[in-house]
Design a protein around this ligand. Structure first.
Ligand code: ADP
Ligand code: ZN
Length: 586
């Protein structure tokens, strides 16, 4: 006996959107997904954070005859979402571990009696007998899987409980429509979602990942200068709201104390704080009681603050996905906002170390863990390339999400993009394809064309091209002379004629390459070596003790006429105050 159920006599999703949610129109991608679900098709919605995924299943949920179950790992957000839905006349409830058993029972009873349209659950709950029995006796129209990338071990948020979703769906005598949503766009993860959730010919919508109002900045600077740089920045933007992400809890505390000693009210947020303190920090930030929050990546899941004007990263994140998700919390209102990434070579070392001791791998067997580690290394390599590239950062991100192979040598990729033209006229969605007979609906945001976006540091900077053929040839020669056995530190030391004991003990001072680049700055030699690795001339092995060996293009360096260039910021022609500050002294 359905009582105060939502009154959706209308069969028009747009009307439901207006009446219940108060929006005038659908955003890109939303309507296609809503209609597909209403027509009984499985869907996969790939949209960046903030694009409005929730509407895509809330509108159909309000219109479909039965219950919609929303599987979400974000327990802390369920209450808010459910309150909001009840507030707009879509009866909703949730069951999770924060409730007393009685409370859970009563919510399930309401759902069984047809008094709820939507029910939010954490994936762990699906496995309980109570929930299975409940599901067997209720009319479920739609199962929505939020944060669907958690099912894939290719991403960083893998949760084994997601693997049980497919069995849960199989329990129903009449299979509900299954709708999966994620902000992780790489093709490999998409394929995993389709396979592991057993989506049936899902209609897939990938909306543009570009956020044109965000200015992307990457600055290389020594660790010891980062905090004072950030303090200066925050002081100059005192009336704006911002987030600073740090890699460790300790760093958040230290930076917050630096900010406070300069009179800035800064909140701290990390996973080691107790829940009351965390929610106080979050509230203070959202209510604009404090202008800036210094946080680890624990902060932000579901933070919906529209006027964040800047997001600064104190360290290099673990992947482009992680970076884009965090940086993307800036400028949700569409106003110009700034995303700044501070990094240096030692961040890479830190990241690799964290990866090797990642506790989330501990449940895996040795081989599986190695596969996961390999994958994480690839994700990190793409992040490193983002920091080093001199090309447009908007375009880099767009291409990364359109094509997961960006971690590979960049030459071929850049060439593809440059040929652009008619074939490129469409959207990301049309470029990819998902296995399993999926339909790809068009998404309607344009890809950046041609060279410059005008809204990232690389497009605003002047780069000078430096001929480094001699340096490159010497590096290649040295790798050969020392037998492809040493890491980049040793190679650089040999070339620059270092007097280090360790080097002499190994007799490397007798090597023909010893000291041949004595007159070239160490940072230059290092830069050229790194770029040669990303261009495929050298190959740096992964693991604890990376060794420099030859890459596929190594033989080119010994051919006559070999020519090699790097691009560096041209200090004679700085453009913009940020560049002056950066003083690129890595
Ligand atoms: P996501 O889950 O993709 O990160 P949300 O579903 O939380 O994004 O939506 C982000 C914001 O966009 C919310 O504040 C939401 O109310 C708003 N929003 C969603 N769809 C629309 C729309 N069609 N028109 C206007 N605002 C919308
Ligand atoms: Zn650009």
């Amino acid at each position: 006996q359905a009582s105060a159920i939502v009154s959706t006599h209308s069969r028009d999703p747009l009307e439901v959107l207006k009446r219940h949610f108060g929006y005038d129109s659908f955003r890109p991608g939303q309507e296609g997904l809503v209609r597909a679900i209403l027509d009984g098709h499985d869907v996969l919605g790939v949209m960046p954070t903030g694009a409005g995924k929730s509407i895509c299943y809330q509108v159909p949920a309000a219109m479909l005859p039965g219950l919609t179950i929303v599987i979400s790992p974000l327990i802390s957000l369920m209450q808010d979402q459910v309150d909001a839905l009840n507030g707009v006349g879509v009866p909703a409830g949730y069951v999770n571990t924060t409730q007393e058993p009685d409370e859970r029972r009563s919510v399930l009873a309401q759902a069984r009696n047809g008094n709820l349209k939507m029910l939010y659950v954490a994936p762990e709950r699906l496995l309980t007998d109570q929930f299975r029995q409940f599901a067997a006796r209720v009319n479920v129209s739609l199962v929505t899987v939020d944060e669907a990338h958690c099912v894939s071990q290719w991403g960083q948020d893998f949760r084994s409980s997601y693997l049980a979703i497919v069995d849960f769906i199989a329990l129903f005598s009449v299979r509900p429509v299954v709708a999966a949503f994620t902000a992780t766009a790489t093709e490999r993860v998409r394929r995993d979602i389709v396979r592991l959730l057993a989506l049936r010919r899902p209609e897939t919508v990938v909306t543009g990942f570009d956020r044109p109002n965000l200015y992307f900045d990457v600055i290389s600077m020594p660790t010891k200068r980062k905090n004072s740089w950030i303090v200066q920045y925050v002081l100059r933007h005192e009336n704006e709201s911002g987030i600073v992400y740090c890699a460790t809890r300790k760093e958040t505390e230290m930076l917050a104390s630096d900010l406070r000693s300069c009179g800035i009210r800064a909140a701290v947020y990390h996973g080691g704080m107790d829940a009351t303190l965390r929610s106080r920090a979050q509230r203070e930030f959202i209510m604009d009681d404090v202008p800036v929050v210094v946080a680890t990546n624990a902060f932000g899941m579901g933070i919906d603050k529209s006027n964040v004007r800047y997001v600064i990263h104190h360290n290099m994140p673990e992947s482009i996905e992680a970076y884009y998700q965090e940086a993307g919390r800036a400028g949700r209102d569409g106003e110009p906002s700034r995303c700044t990434l501070l990094w240096n070579e030692s961040d890479i070392v830190t990241r690799r170390r964290l990866m090797d001791i990642d506790p989330s791998n501990q449940h895996l067997g040795v081989e599986e863990a190695e596969v996961v580690r390999q994958n994480h290394r690839q994700l990190l390599n793409a992040m490193i390339s983002y920091c080093r590239t001199t090309e447009c950062l908007h375009r880099y991100i767009e291409e990364y999400f359109a094509d997961p192979h960006l971690g590979a040598p960049k030459g071929a990729h850049a060439a593809d993009a440059a040929t652009g033209g008619a074939a490129d006229e469409g959207t990301i969605a049309q470029r990819g394809s998902v296995e399993g007979g999926a339909t790809i609906l068009a998404a309607d945001e344009p890809v950046i064309h041609g060279g410059k976006c005008g809204n990232c540091v690389n497009c605003e900077s002047n780069f000078e091209t430096i001929d480094v053929s001699v340096v490159a040839r010497a590096i290649s020669r040295c790798v050969h002379d020392t037998g492809q056995r040493f890491g980049s530190g040793k190679i650089v030391a040999v070339l620059r004629g270092s007097k280090a004991q360790d080097l002499i003990r190994r007799g490397l001072d007798q090597n023909p390459s010893y000291g041949v680049l004595r007159s070239v700055a160490e940072s230059r030699v290092r830069d050229v070596l790194n770029q040669m690795a990303s261009d495929g001339f050298l190959m740096i092995s992964e693991g604890r003790m990376p060794v420099v060996g030859f890459g596929a293009r190594a033989s080119e360096t010994v051919k006559p006429g070999f020519h090699y260039e790097i691009k560096r910021l041209d200090h004679r022609r700085p453009s913009g105050p940020m560049l002056l500050e950066a003083a690129h002294d890595s």
